[in-house]
Structures are given as structure tokens and as C-alpha cells.
Design a protein around this ligand. Structure first.
Ligand SMILES: [Zn+2]
Length: 259
């Protein structure tokens, strides 16, 4: 991909991504709680869960507020949810990862991808829910950023989105016929479309391979922990798909899996 990188050195792009990521991580924390509860998302985190004190600007600076207040509300001393801190730091680390692998503006694009994937992971892990209000922007941003890389990249991205969507819709229909029940959530197809938009159709097989490996390692880990996984147990496919999309976007399709 060739974006215009003249305006800023590589470290500048990375610094920008790492500086923005905690604020976005904080917003992701908010979305992950308010979207499933159908609460408005425009307002910022508003009040302490312990005493109801309204939070001001100084309480809402990502990471720094948490450190300065030592993780406690300044009025009542009740602990501030770790969720936000973890998301703020986690998004910054993912932004740095993207910047290391793809220096320059592409790394910033990777940070944007990471933040969207983190939100989908949270929603799917906690609610088995991949809402279109998140997956459609994932598709749109993938198409848009690929289009900046020229006509060929745009075409690969467009075919990837279509192929991702249609393959899961097809597999879902097949599963319904064979087993007589839903095997995949409707949101999975939109999410794989988003993956295809970001990694291109050439990257889709690799994405699914990483996703399967991630899923299998989770099953293996629960077996090792002594917890049996039932055949009809629901697994958050979106979490595995997010891992597959991320690794494929970073490191490209595996040799031999480039169709
Ligand atoms: Zn409080």
C-alpha cells in the first residue's frame, strides 16, 4: 500500500497512533457497555459507579487519571473499573505493534483496525453479539483504506468483503440444512466481510486458518484446565476471527494459502 508518508516521519505516525489509541480504548470501553444495554453512546463516562459523583475532564484522561487517582474515585475512594485502564493500555500496545510491523501511515490504519477488532471481541465474548453498527464501519474503513492504496488494492478489498460475506452465509445455510439449527450468528458474515475488506480476498484463507487455530487452542486450554467443551457449546467465533484478521493484516497471507 502506498499512502503519502511525506508529511510525517515514521516515528511521528507511530507516536500519533499511540497517543490516540488510549482515548479510543476508553471510548471502546464505553461502547462495549452501552451498546448491549441500548444506552446512548454520545455522552462520555458520566458518573462514579460508587458515589454517583459526576466525572470531570480530569477524571477522564486515559491512563493518567487512573494512575494519578491510584485507581480510586477522588470522592468516595471506590475502585475505578480496571476495564478502562486495560483497554487504554491494550489499544496503545496494539497501535505500537501495528507501527512496528508497518511503519508510517499504514501503521496508523492498523491501529484503527485494532480498535475496531477489540470492540468486536468484547461484544462477542460477553454477549455473543456482532452488531452491524460496528461491523459495517469495519467493512467501510477496510474498503476506504485499501482504496487509498490504488485501484488493484481496492478491487482485492471489494472482492474480499463480498467473498467473506457470501462464504459464511453459504456455510451457515449448509449447517442449517445438516443440523437443523443455527451454527453461526448473522453477525459473523458481516465480520468476515470486514476481514476481507481489510486483508483482501487473498488473505481470507489465512484469516480463517488463524481463527481456527485460535479457536482450537482455546478448546485445548479449557480441556487442560479440566473443563470439557460440549459439542453444542457456543463459542465466540468473532473473537477468533478478530485474531485471524489481525495476524493476517499484519503479516500477510501465508505462503501456499495465497489462492
Ligand atoms: Zn465515587
Amino acid at each position: 500500500m502506498t499512502l503519502d508518508a511525506q508529511s510525517l516521519p515514521d516515528w511521528g505516525w507511530m507516536a500519533l497512533a499511540i497517543a490516540l489509541a488510549p482515548a479510543i480504548g476508553s471510548f471502546i470501553g464505553l461502547l462495549s457497555l452501552r451498546l448491549p444495554a441500548d444506552r446512548p453512546v454520545v455522552a462520555a463516562r458520566s458518573a462514579c459507579d460508587g458515589c454517583g459523583r459526576r466525572l470531570g475532564v480530569l477524571d477522564l484522561v486515559p491512563v493518567l487519571s487512573f494512575v494519578a487517582l491510584r485507581g480510586r474515585c477522588r470522592s468516595c475512594g471506590s475502585p475505578i473499573a480496571r476495564r478502562y485502564l486495560l483497554l487504554e493500555v491494550g489499544c496503545a500496545l496494539l497501535a505500537a505493534w501495528a507501527g512496528f510491523v508497518h511503519p508510517g501511515p499504514l501503521g496508523l490504519a492498523g491501529a484503527l483496525l485494532a480498535c475496531q477488532l477489540v470492540l468486536l471481541c468484547l461484544l462477542d465474548a460477553e454477549h455473543f453479539w456482532l452488531p452491524r453498527v460496528v461491523t459495517l464501519p469495519l467493512i467501510a474503513s477496510g474498503l476506504l483504506i485499501s482504496a487509498l492504496g490504488g485501484a488493484q488494492a481496492a478491487l482485492h478489498s471489494l472482492i474480499g468483503a463480498a467473498a467473506g460475506y457470501l462464504s459464511l452465509v453459504g456455510i451457515g445455510a449448509l449447517y442449517r440444512r445438516l443440523r437443523g439449527r443455527e451454527g453461526l450468528g448473522g453477525g459473523d458474515a458481516y465480520m468476515l466481510a470486514g476481514a476481507g475488506a481489510w486483508v483482501g480476498w487473498i488473505g481470507l484463507p489465512t484469516t480463517l486458518l488463524w481463527a481456527s487455530l485460535a479457536g482450537l487452542s482455546l478448546v485445548a486450554a479449557s480441556l487442560l484446565a479440566g473443563r470439557a467443551v460440549k459439542a453444542d457449546q457456543r463459542l465466540p467465533f468473532g473473537v477468533f476471527l478478530a485474531a485471524g484478521t489481525w495476524l493476517t493484516w499484519l503479516y500477510g497471507p501465508l505462503g501456499g494459502l495465497e489462492l
